[in-house]
Write a protein of this length. Structure first.
Length: 336
């Protein structure tokens, strides 16, 4: 799956927030929480997840978001992943997450979850991730009229679940054999709280919206402005208007969708794991999920960027179609 592109990017309390909500982007039909948090938010829960090395052009927060979309994060669903560069928002605040391991308890059902991406090294990169998490936590607490006593650890909710008693901070740091989280922040939780408090004291967090609305342009190439078929605020509408041989470009000139042209009859394609197979170009119902080596039946791009595939090169172009075509697959699932 290609590197994700946020629907919007804003700045909150000095932290760049890339919004990519799973409620809008769920191509693999992963399980999602469904409980509303509207009017019920009582705090912010801080977690740690391990630092990962990523390819050039992205960050760990995007990679964790992409892993969630691909159903590689098991049943973990959080509101934000935060690294040393930015945060990626996965869930709206109006929807509960799955993060506190307390079932229907207040951790899952009534707090906003921040996963801070760090390592045990606690180097300058880790400290920047932690600082971004502190800024974000302060902004969220202030947004909902809450104070520092509404800042929780994952371990807090485990202790509540297990029937432990104590103050908020005692439960935040009390040993729990199931899990001590946020693992890299807990050893200096008091200092982290002071940092969040300092950002709470700093005044109203500023929210900076994008300077201009994103437009998706349909052209043969970014440089060929005369070939433009239209400009759309909706990526899906731009894709629908994209003819064979054209691409959809974002405001920075990056091609985010290409409608064929480069694929040919009989071409061998490697299809990514868990790729949805469709019975037609238009249907949204997935027949089944496939992966492996296939061949393009005729190399002709159909609606929604889908191509007909078959299992053997000698089947390409043969009739009756229903006997030889395996189904329709979107070209962006081809490993190229």
């Amino acid at each position: 799956m290609a590197i994700l592109r946020p629907d919007t990017s804003t700045t909150l309390n000095g932290v760049k927030i890339n919004e990519y909500l799973l409620t809008k982007h769920n191509p693999n039909h992963i399980d999602m929480p469904s409980v509303s948090m509207t009017g019920k938010i009582i705090g912010v829960t801080v977690h740690n997840t391990d630092w990962i090395t990523v390819a050039s052009g992205t960050t760990p927060a995007e990679q964790y978001t992409r892993a969630t979309v691909n159903n590689n994060m098991k049943d973990v669903r959080v509101h934000y992943y935060v690294d040393n560069v930015c945060a990626w928002q996965n869930l709206p605040h109006s929807l509960s997450g799955w993060h506190a391991a307390d079932g229907s308890g207040n951790g899952n059902r009534r707090t906003i979850a921040i996963e801070c991406i760090m390592s045990s090294a606690y180097n300058s990169t880790d400290k920047k991730s932690e600082d971004n998490a502190a800024k974000l936590a302060a902004a969220l607490l202030k947004q909902y009229g809450l104070n520092i006593s509404h800042l929780y650890t994952h371990t807090h909710w485990l202790n509540v679940r297990d029937g432990r008693n104590g103050t908020v901070d005692q439960l935040n740091t009390m040993y729990n054999r199931y899990k001590m989280c946020p693992a890299y922040i807990l050893p200096h939780w008091a200092e982290f709280k002071k940092k969040v408090q300092s950002y709470l004291n700093a005044g109203t967090p500023t929210i900076s919206a994008p300077s201009a609305k994103q437009l998706y342009r349909v052209r043969k190439s970014w440089a060929d402005a005369k070939s433009q078929l239209g400009a759309y605020t909706s990526l899906e509408n731009a894709k629908k208007a994209c003819k064979v041989g054209y691409s959809v470009f974002d405001a920075n000139g990056n091609a985010v969708y290409t409608n064929g042209g480069k694929f040919t009859k009989g071409q061998k394609v490697a299809i990514r794991a868990n790729t949805p197979l469709f019975a037609s170009a238009e249907t949204t119902s997935v027949t089944r999920r496939i992966s492996g080596t296939y061949y393009l039946y005729d190399g002709i791009a159909c609606k929604n960027g889908r191509y007909r595939i078959t299992t053997k090169p000698e089947f390409c172009g043969k009739t009756p179609v229903g006997q030889y075509v395996t189904g329709y697959v979107s070209w962006d699932n081809f490993n190229q």
